[in-house]
Write a protein that binds this ligand. Structure first.
Ligand code: ADP
Length: 569
């Protein structure tokens, strides 16, 4: 049976537990790991994989893996429901990026903030990431060596070195999978021909590392196509190993990216058995394999990042050719909107702002931030103009064709537009062009700059998010939290998080439009401008209402925790 053979090859650790054996308690040893760290970290990089195969080292104990006694609801009958102690659950997050180590978009934010929020909900969380060379040195130097082993990966039995480096930060354990061959490029994503082998390796190594560390979580929560083979491996090559007792959840952050390549390539690199390359699992069309599709098939639960997007992706327009597959699996598909991390996004303590503020002084301080932004970006300095921000990857997903079409109509002497983003050259160039033509009114920052993003959220009056599709979207949440009014298209998470302004009842959080049409975007912006210029009192009320809105992770983390409990009652 190929299954069993690969299982023993996968975990070269000789003393792997069988599922029947009781889980061992791992005792904390916080101080010991600190001293040993630098030397061991060095040695990991120098060592060559095959030689180490014969004598795998024992995993060092995780510093904070202390067993906490499980509290029961019955012991606290007097507490309100939200703060009743919940059963403790352990979760392994597996994903390709995580702020602040490496981030290219919203996935990085989620991988950072959700685990932190979950530990406040009585969960143990381990985050498993690739150890990219581009992770800043300030984090690399704090990593502690946890162990190493070799692992078979490809269908011809080629084996690879897997190192585990650990960093414990604010109660969350980060385990980095080390292998220079796969993770030494400057960017986490290069091109599919390199990325497919890289993430086959990562998905398999993450599961093997859990077995190696003797840490079997209740739930394995994997993210996007880069980790979508985790459920497939778990239910095939890892069947019968300790980690197979975990339930697995797959979260789709963006269905556009699925990890599709020809079957021979994915079959070779993944080493998965032939039977998973059928049309109900990985096979797509006649000759391709789709990693996301396989993950959906084998996961116990599939979630996506908003309720509306969970519905949309079951339709041909948003389904990216997986709509039928998702409809078939709709019974296990859920939507939970993201939140933002209130530690990172706090306008009162934000050191990057010219004038930090809170809800009590936002109206005054926003003017100061607007002036500072105008000064920094070379815009005409004027408190009275309406400043519209746009912070985005510059791709066709983000509705930038609409922006290009209407931008000239916006510039009327009372409006300024600030763009921050990188991406497709055609958008980068069109925005550069507009900056030249409308000097002083348009500023295009073609770059990735966290500090500048913070200053735009604080200094702009409104933020545009006119996306063609938007699984959740974080920029509209951050904007609201900074008292900046979102102008969004009613799709995905934008629809779930921005309630349209109603001039009769004077409520709502922003301005919205439905069809993907430049005229409707212009109309929404003009409605915003009309309120801003003619009824500032109502505008200011909305600013305060938005700052007051709960867009934190706590709500979402509670819903994830409930799903974990549903999977492992
Ligand atoms: P996506 O994940 O599709 O890129 P999201 O709205 O979910 O979009 O998340 C984007 C995140 O990246 C936000 O936190 C936003 O502030 C940030 N971001 C996007 N572009 C830039 C940029 N050029 N500079 C700084 N931050 C950016």
């Amino acid at each position: 049976m190929p299954k069993k053979k690969v299982q023993t090859e996968t975990t070269t650790k000789p003393k792997a537990r069988t599922p029947e054996e009781p889980e061992k308690e791992v005792k904390p040893k916080a101080a010991a790991s600190k001293k040993a760290a630098p030397k061991k970290a060095e040695s990991v990089q120098k060592k060559k994989a095959p030689k180490k195969a014969a004598t795998p080292k024992k995993a060092a104990p995780a510093p904070q893996e202390e067993k906490v006694p499980e509290l029961t609801v019955e012991e606290f009958p007097q507490l309100p429901e939200q703060i009743l102690p919940q059963p403790r659950r352990s979760i392994a997050f597996i994903g390709s990026e995580c702020y602040p180590f490496v981030k290219t978009g919203g996935l990085g934010d989620v991988m950072y903030a959700l685990p932190r929020s979950l530990i406040r909900q009585n969960c143990d969380v381990k985050v498993i990431l690739p150890r990219y060379k581009c992770i800043p040195w300030e984090y690399q130097e704090k990593m502690v060596y946890r162990g190493e082993f070799t692992m078979n990966l490809c269908s011809d039995g080629r084996s690879f070195y897997v190192g585990i480096m650990e960093y414990v930060w604010d109660g969350v354990v980060y385990d980095f999978i080390d292998n220079e061959e796969f993770f030494s490029s400057g960017n986490p994503y290069v091109n599919l021909i390199d990325d497919i082998p890289k993430f086959c390796f990562f998905s398999k190594a993450a599961l093997a590392a859990l077995n190696y560390m003797d840490w079997v979580p209740d739930i394995i929560h994997c993210h996007d196509w880069q980790a979508a083979l985790v459920p497939v491996y778990l239910r095939t090559l890892f069947e019968g190993t300790p980690v197979a007792s975990a339930k697995v959840m797959l979260t789709i952050h963006n269905l556009r990216f699925q990890g599709i390549y020809n079957i021979p390539t994915i079959r070779y690199w993944s080493g998965l058995p032939d039977y998973v390359f059928n049309k109900d699992a990985l096979k797509q069309g006649y000759e391709d394999a789709n990693m996301m599709k396989g993950g959906i098939t084998y996961a116990n639960m599939v979630t996506t990042v908003s309720y509306t997007y969970a519905g949309e992706i079951q339709s041909p327009f948003y389904g990216e050719n997986l709509d039928a597959h998702l409809r078939y699996h709709s019974g296990k598909l859920r939507g939970i909107v993201n939140g933002i991390d209130y530690g990172t996004w706090n306008s009162y303590t934000d050191s990057m702002l010219a004038a930090p503020y809170d809800i009590t002084n936002v109206l005054q301080k926003k003017k100061e931030n607007k002036r500072a932004l105008q000064e920094q970006l070379g815009l005409v300095q004027d408190d009275h103009v309406f400043v519209i921000g746009l912070i985005s990857r510059l791709t066709d997903q983000k509705g930038l064709d609409l922006v290009n079409e209407i931008l000239p109509s916006l510039i009327d002497g009372h409006t300024q537009v600030v763009i921050l983003g990188t991406g497709d050259w055609r958008y980068e160039n069109s925005f550069r062009y507009f900056e030249i033509v409308y000097k002083g009114s348009v500023c295009s920052n073609i770059m990735y700059d966290e500090g500048r993003a913070h200053r735009i959220y604080a200094g702009a009056d409104a933020l545009l998010v006119p996306s063609l599709f938007e699984p959740c979207g974080l920029t509209q949440l951050t904007a609201m939290h900074y008292g900046t009014i979102p102008i969004v298209r009613e799709t995905g998470g934008l629809r779930d998080t921005v309630q349209p302004y109603n001039q009769f009842s004077n409520d709502g959080n922003g301005f919205t439009f439905d069809r993907y049409d430049p005229g409707l975007l212009l109309d929404a912006i003009n409605r915003a401008k009309t309120l801003y210029f003619t009824n500032r009192w109502c505008w200011d009320e909305m600013v305060q209402r938005d700052m007051d809105k709960d867009v934190s992770w706590d709500n979402s983390a509670r819903q994830y925790r409930d799903l974990y409990l549903e999977l492992k009652p």
